[in-house]
Write a protein that binds this ligand. Structure first.
Ligand SMILES: Cc1cc2nc3c(=O)[nH]c(=O)nc-3n(C[C@H](O)[C@H](O)[C@H](O)COP(=O)(O)O)c2cc1C
Length: 258
């Protein structure tokens, strides 16, 4: 049993290579009973600021996993900043002992930091990394991906930089331009139900937004832009092996009351 969260498909692509029974965390977070029992239980998700997205953490906090082998795969794009160590600490704080945590380098979808066209052109040896993880999981290997002092320093630097950011940096992150045609893709793909569409125009409400960027990458009109500088406002990303419908199915909250 493998739970996943994805904004642009990387984590879902990895999850599909690793297990056949996949469960979207954006949907499972609404399960009334969150006790899950299986021989192996895993989580695949991106890292945001070297840590797991808040939605994933909330799901983990609310759930009980009955399994002899709990594992976590953290997809990242450039610098994991000690993500495996941070995730292990977080899991232990909530009473989960992980058997295996690994990181998986993929395309970095963070628009203020990277040009998606350039990212797509890099060979990050994704298949090789996935094959290694597959073998590890088949063998039920016990392993936590090693972290260096440099990784830890990168995380400390990041936290210091974040602390200096203006209070509205995340509450005023996106703007919707006149290019919006009200197609509702943003509303369907947002795992936190932050968009409403009225009179063929979308509106973004920052409440609950975890900056996952599913919306901005999926907008077919490129009508969602960031209020902070982007490396390339004309380039967007979705994992080439994953369809937009799969990400919508994973994240869609239309049936859920906010
Ligand atoms: C808000 C945000 C923060 C991110 N932080 C990091 C980070 O700290 N380090 C990193 O290497 N990649 C970071 N990334 C890149 C993603 O972790 C990476 O592209 C991931 O594979 C995306 O997975 P997905 O396609 O399943 O959403 C960040 C992306 C976003 C949107």
């Amino acid at each position: 049993m493998l739970f996943y969260f994805t904004a642009t498909g990387n984590s879902l692509y990895a999850a599909k290579q690793l297990e056949s029974k996949l469960v979207s965390i954006a949907q499972a977070i609404h399960d009334v009973s969150k006790t899950y029992t299986a021989d192996k239980i895993g989580i695949v998700c991106p890292v945001f600021g070297h840590e797991v997205p808040t939605l994933v953490r909330e799901f983990l906090e609310q759930s009980t996993f009955v399994t002899p082998y709990f594992y976590m795969i953290l997809t990242y794009g450039n610098r994991h900043g000690g993500a495996s160590e941070l995730a292990k600490k977080m899991l232990e704080e909530i009473g989960i002992t992980p058997s295996y945590i690994n990181v998986l380098l993929m395309v970095d979808n963070f628009l203020p930091g990277f040009d998606m066209n350039q990212q797509k052109s890099l060979d990050k040896k994704v298949e090789e990394q996935i094959r290694k993880i597959q073998k590890d999981l088949e063998a039920e290997k016990h392993y936590i991906s090693p972290v260096t002092d440099e990784d830890r320093a990168a995380h400390r630097e990041y936290l210091a930089r974040r602390a200096k950011m203006p209070a509205n940096a995340f509450t005023d992150m996106y703007r919707i331009t006149e290019k919006c045609i009200g197609c509702e893709i943003c509303a369907k793909i947002c795992p936190k139900k932050c968009f409403t569409v009225k009179e063929q125009k979308s509106r973004w409400n920052s409440e609950g937004c975890m900056s996952c960027m599913a919306c901005i990458h999926a907008c077919p009109m490129m009508a969602i832009q960031m209020n902070m500088p982007e490396k390339n406002t004309k380039a967007r990303y979705r994992n080439e092996n994953i369809s937009i419908c799969e990400i919508i199915d994973a994240n869609n909250q239309s049936e859920i009351q906010k």
